[in-house]
Design a protein around this ligand. Structure first.
Ligand code: HEC
Length: 185
């Protein structure tokens, strides 16, 4: 592995190897796809077979598990955040809050949620970091657990896991939150 990287570097110049180690939007985007391709089918299958009450456990256990596995695989810190968080770790930090607010402004201006992403190199607690966020749209199926009219049984089950839940009251087409990825540089 090392040898082939070295020979590529010799052929094409050192800039390429430096660049190959740099985090990029393309890489983060690929991880978002990977994440969604694991969570969405599991959630849809569970919703179909067991309904929303039984699917809460999928979101509760599977979502953090996928994030954990992808972090192990990629070296990126991977999280989902929201201005109205449900999961304990979904509370945005100051940088994430600013980006989430920017996404909401862009939505009001008519920008499609699918096109909303933002990346920046910042210094956080003395560490240089590459940070990336990608907005997550609210689809019809999400309203079962995040909507304005969540069934009492679902509400009850959610509040057992998440006593401080704020992630309800959404309608289709709103921004539910965003993926937030960090890589130390
Ligand atoms: C069966 C109920 C259920 C459905 C349906 C559901 N969610 Fe969630 N959602 C949850 C739970 C439970 C969590 C907390 C997960 C955790 O503990 O990490 C969550 C967390 C999230 C988060 C992380 C931020 C936060 O507030 O914790 C996002 C983003 C999110 N959901 C988006 C969606 C989207 C988009 C859909 C539709 C495609 C959807 N959810 C459908 C139950 C649900």
């Amino acid at each position: 592995m090392k040898k082939s990287v070295l020979s590529i570097a010799l052929l094409t110049g050192v800039a390429l190897t430096a660049q190959a180690n740099q985090p990029s939007e393309a890489e983060a985007r690929g991880l978002v796809k990977d994440y969604m391709s694991q969570l969405k089918p599991a959630l849809m299958k569970s919703m179909k077979e067991g309904g929303p009450v039984n699917s809460i456990d999928v979101c509760h256990t599977k979502a953090p598990q996928i994030a954990h596995d992808l972090t192990q695989k990629s070296g990126w810190k991977i999280n989902r955040v929201s201005l109205k968080p449900r999961a304990v770790n979904a509370k945005p930090d100051a940088w994430e809050k600013t980006v989430l607010e920017r996404f909401d402004t862009q939505l009001a201006e008519g920008k499609p949620i699918k096109e909303m992403e933002f990346s920046q190199v910042i210094i956080m607690n003395g560490e240089k970091q590459y940070r990336y966020m990608k907005a997550i749209p609210t689809a019809a199926v999400c309203l079962n657990c995040h909507g304005t009219d969540v069934q009492p049984a679902v509400k009850k089950a959610i509040s057992e896991y998440y006593p401080d839940d704020q992630a309800v009251g959404y309608s289709k087409g709103q921004i539910r939150g965003a993926f937030s990825f960090t890589k130390a540089l």
